[in-house]
Design a protein around this ligand. Structure first.
Ligand code: ADP
Ligand code: MG
Ligand code: ZN
Ligand code: ZN
Ligand code: ZN
Length: 933
């Protein structure tokens, strides 16, 4: 954007001039905010009164341009101001000030690109402070390439801070003004927003009448029979599905720009420009369906269902789509399209159908297993098949003692649980078990896990043992590149030897794009038979839990099932792979890492968020425990071991084995390759309105990554973990724009949420904590399970970047920080000259009780005896979020995630919709066009 000349300002109308007129500078105006002003308004309510609290003041009320309701910039009892609460909850993203406000009826927008999303807007005081200019955070304020000399983009500061508009922009009501308004809390706001979705005119009065909600029945530990089980779970699945549907369908993208590609006029392709992808507010997967509508003036209204065929990787906002064969499209139009998202409830349908089978089909699993799952007391049962003489299997590491014990025990039991901290070889042990099961029984063994990442890991290990492995992928994922793609059913099918007849049909299909109806039918049934043969001949079938509901595997009988990361699956999800004749089940997991994500609060509270694995432990099943970890440098495992696993985690690797030579990186203590880098920069709400980012942290991460790369660490060895989607997105963009090395290097680095990293490892991990506000708390960072996962992904080195002042108010983080500080690894300053931080903590954070305080005062630096550790005799156990107990059955206790704030929920939802989406459109059968040579 060129310098803002007077003509520009006149042209663009808007803010700059208004601000200039006032000669305001952010600071100055803020000081004058409590100027006394005209007398109070009373009934009848002004049209611009806040729809939440009723406050009516032209300076502090703004209009939401999306729904035309007005909201004030006061916060009363809520964590954010009313207007901000509304924008977050409703996902509305543009506002207008009151015509009689000091700035007139301004619609704040980015001076350079016109974006109106208040969450991305910020201001830069111009030289001389006469005017300010509004720019969006990214890309406009972010690109220092701006030739504009008038604005110093390093001065950029967001318009919304601490969840309210800056008071010079929209006034904050004074206490006096707020006194007579309705006192609303966050929960009421949330309910009213829900109500507005179906009735725009609703008020708080309607809320009271609709408050009688139907009760949901809670899950139990023991069920009378499978009918009862189904009766309880089916409604929970339905609530969760309904929630998911509403969420998906509420994501409408307006003003979509379409770039058509009409090389094949019968099957037009196009690229949709979707700005929402930029903010990370929208996640799309290949295979998603979109209803694309045209409502502009250049053509009659048009709409079609299109399928997403390519999604952008990093920092691109275009989605590739394909129209159905022969669909007409107004390819002369490029603007004014709308995209609505079509929800697919496949996973939920599969849960329902598994529940039905469980209840109604006698032979769907062995009687023993069924009664065990229902919680009926069963005499221990031993399988009598002869055991192998050697337990270590080809292609995998030599098993240690506890691993051998686990394998041996599992092979003789119809139902077994394996539990182990990160890196203890759960997956290696699982692969070994599967290897033996394949030798012991005919027919394929089923290996599954709730996430695709976990399945792929096992698939890879199983392949190493020489077993014949088939990976069944959802159709939607077939085109995604992956290390184990060559094992997927569709690729094996493409390589399979075909009958001459099938080869002919395949060739015809690829040449003409389609077949006659009868040929198509023949083609499909022959392909299906071919698939069936591959599956039947396999030693192992690997798929996600929900993947076992795929039509391609229906009708197979599966005797043995092993489920990895079982603590991340909901019960109905776990049931899907079990109703195909299961007689032997192995559940592998760690209930001290993250559990399943349930988005609907009611379903979660009713018990949906606890896994089958956890319930089995409650029922008294003793898990086989693995305790030697092979992942982390011993200095990295120390804290998690003490804090989360009673100090029982032993190291199977030495410091020497985890020391990378020739890596010249300024570790403050090279013998302990970890540190906590202090960052005091502020958190900001991200463009989605529901997530957070931290710009100074991002820039710090980029510098460290660059330094690692310069030290010859490969991009594939580095992982960046951050709990917030907003930060994930910002980091990717930031590294692209500001990384000093080749852009591709940064692009190859994986940046993911903590949740997405569960079950995985990288050589070097950087954790960006993001939260850094004195007032807002640290959200779901306080979930011990999330911290546990974040701390245990690295093999060689770990760097945490965060605000110690804010984080140390949480007891768990307090001990972590003390742990770093005691070793002089809590540092500040530039990377080239890291110095121990001078920060002083309160002796003990609030929330730690007297008993613990006494301990902490003496021992805080010694996490071995920190209160979170659960020594069987320690009285401090009462507060411990984990009561593991070295001996006997770990008790399950509620984690803090049960107290998620609503903002955390919104964040988790947006991450969950990242859709490990595993549901293909299964009505379409094989669509191969490749012909084997
Ligand atoms: N007995 C063992 N000896 C040597 N390395 C092992 C052994 N068991 C596991 N590992 C290694 O430890 C790392 C973590 O193993 P993994 O099975 O992924 O652990 P988990 O699933 O419990 O997180 C892997 O690199 C794996 O090869
Ligand atoms: Mg694992
Ligand atoms: Zn609105
Ligand atoms: Zn209000
Ligand atoms: Zn902009």
């Amino acid at each position: 954007m060129a310098a803002a000349t007077r003509e520009d300002e006149e042209e663009r109308g808007a803010l700059t001039t208004a601000l200039e007129r006032l000669s305001v500078d952010a600071g100055e105006y803020a000081a004058s905010e409590d100027d006394e002003e005209e007398e109070e308004e009373s009934e009848p309510p002004a049209p611009y009164a806040c729809a939440y609290c009723g406050l009516a003041d032209v300076r502090s009320c703004v209009k939401c341009l999306h729904c035309s309701k007005w909201f004030c910039n006061g916060r009363g009892k809520t964590p954010g101001s009313h207007i901000v609460m509304h924008l977050v909850r409703s996902r509305h993203k543009s506002i207008q000030l009151h015509p009689d406000s000091p700035l007139g009826d301004t619609v704040p927008e980015c001076y350079a690109c016109g974006s109106k999303n208040p969450f991305v807007l910020g201001f830069i005081p111009a030289k001389g402070n006469a005017v300010v200019v509004l720019l969006c955070r990214s890309p406009c304020a972010h690109t220092s390439t701006s030739k504009d000399v008038t604005w110093d983009t390093s001065q950029w500061s967001p318009l919304i801070q601490d969840r309210a508009f800056l008071s010079w922009f929209v006034a904050t009501p004074t206490a006096e003004e707020a006194r007579h308004t309705r006192k609303v809390n966050a929960q009421e706001i949330s309910m009213l927003e829900d109500l507005w979705r179906s009735n725009e005119q609703a008020t708080f009065r309607d809320l009271q009448t609709t408050q009688v909600e139907e009760e949901v029945v809670k899950t139990q530990t023991v069920y009378k029979d499978a009918f009862e089980y189904q009766r309880i779970f089916a409604p929970l699945v339905a609530i969760e599905a309904e929630y998911d549907r509403k969420l998906r369908e509420s994501q409408v993208q307006n003003a979509v720009v379409v770039r058509w590609d009409t090389t094949n006029p019968r099957k037009p392709r196009a690229w949709l420009e979707m700005p929402q992808l930029e903010s990370g507010e929208l996640r799309m997967a290949v295979g998603d369906e979109i209803k694309l509508k045209y409502q502009g003036e250049l053509h009659a209204p048009w709409e079609a269902i299109v399928q997403v065929v390519s999604v952008p990787q990093n920092a691109v906002t275009e989605v590739g789509i394909e129209l159905r064969h022969g669909t007409y499209a107004p390819t002369q139009c490029t603007h004014n399209f709308t995209a609505e998202f079509i929800w697919k409830g496949t996973t939920f349908d599969r849960m329902h159908s598994a529940l039905r089978r469980f209840a109604n089909e006698h032979g769907c699993m062995s009687g023993y297993l069924m009664r065990s799952l229902l919680g009926h007391a069963m005499p221990p049962s031993t399988l009598t098949t002869p055991l192998p003489t050697r337990f270590t299997v080809p292609g995998l590491p030599e098993l240690n003692h506890s691993q051998v014990c686990a394998v041996k025990a599992v092979l003789t039991r119809p139902l077994a649980l394996i539990q182990g901290p990160p890196g203890t070889g759960k997956t290696v042990t699982s692969a070994s078990i599967v290897y033996h099961l394949c030798q012991m029984y005919p027919g394929p063994v089923l290996v599954c896990a709730p996430s695709n990442v976990a399945v792929d890991q096992l698939t890879e290990k199983l392949h190493q043992t020489g077993l014949k492995v088939v990976r069944v992928l959802a159709r939607t994922r077939e085109s995604l590149s992956n290390t184990v793609n060559f094992l997927s059913l569709h690729e094996q099918l493409a390589k399979a030897s075909m009958s001459p007849e099938l080869a002919r049909l395949t060739r015809l299909k690829s040449e003409h794009g389609e077949l006659s109806t009868s040929d198509e039918r023949r083609y499909r049934s022959m392909m299906k038979a071919c698939e069936r043969e591959i599956l039947k001949a396999a030693d192992v079938i690997c798929t996600t839990c929900s993947g076992m509901g795929d039509v391609r595997v229906q009708g197979l009988t599966i005797r043995s099932v092993l489920m990895d990361e079982a603590t991340q699956a909901t019960e109905p999800e776990s049931l899907i792979p079990l109703v195909h004749g299961c007689k032997q089940l192995v559940l592998v997991g760690d209930h001290k890492q993250l559990g399943p994500v349930i988005m609907n609060r009611k379903a979660a509270q009713a018990g949906m968020k606890s896994s089958l694995f956890e319930r089995m432990i409650q029922l008294g099943h003793r898990p086989l425990r693995l305790e030697v970890q092979y992942r982390m440098h011993p200095c990295l495992s120390e804290f998690p071991s003490n804090m989360f696993y009673d100090g029982a985690l032993q190291n199977g690797v030495t410091a020497q084995e985890r020391q990378q030579r020739n890596i010249d990186f300024p570790w403050p203590n090279p013998g302990a390759p970890m540190f906590f880098r202090q960052n005091l920069g502020q958190e900001e709400i991200s463009g989605s309105g529901t997530s957070f980012l931290n710009r100074t942290e991002a820039s710090s991460v980029e510098k460290m990554v660059t330094s690692l790369l310069k030290a010859h660490v490969l991009p594939s060895q580095i992982g960046i973990v951050t709990p917030y989607e907003g930060q994930r997105h910002y980091l990717i963009t930031h590294m692209q724009l500001h990384g000093s090395l080749r852009k591709e290097l940064y692009r190859e680095i994986e940046v993911a949420s903590v949740d997405a990293f569960q079950g995985r490892e990288k050589d070097y991990i950087l954790v960006s904590c993001v939260r850094s506000s004195e007032r807002q708390g640290i959200g779901f960072l306080s979930d011990p399970r999330r911290l546990n996962v974040a701390l245990t992904r690295a093999r060689f080195g770990l760097i945490i970047i965060g605000n110690p002042k804010v984080l140390s108010r949480d007891p768990l983080w307090y001990y972590l920080l003390q742990h770093f500080k005691a070793q002089q690894l809590l540092v500040e300053g530039p990377l080239s000259n890291l110095q121990p931080s001078m920060i002083q903590f309160p002796r003990v954070p609030p929330g730690v009780r007297a008993q613990e305080r006494r301990q902490a005062e003496g021992l805080a630096v010694d996490p071995v005896r920190a209160p979170f550790r659960t020594q069987p005799s320690a009285a401090s156990d009462a507060h411990a979020p984990w009561s593991g107990g070295n001996h006997g059955t770990p008790l399950l206790s509620l984690s803090k995630s049960d107290r998620l704030t609503e903002d955390d929920e919104l964040e988790l939802r947006s991450q969950a919709s990242v859709a490990d989406d595993d549901t293909a459109d299964l009505s379409v059968f094989v669509t191969h066009t490749s012909i084997p040579p």
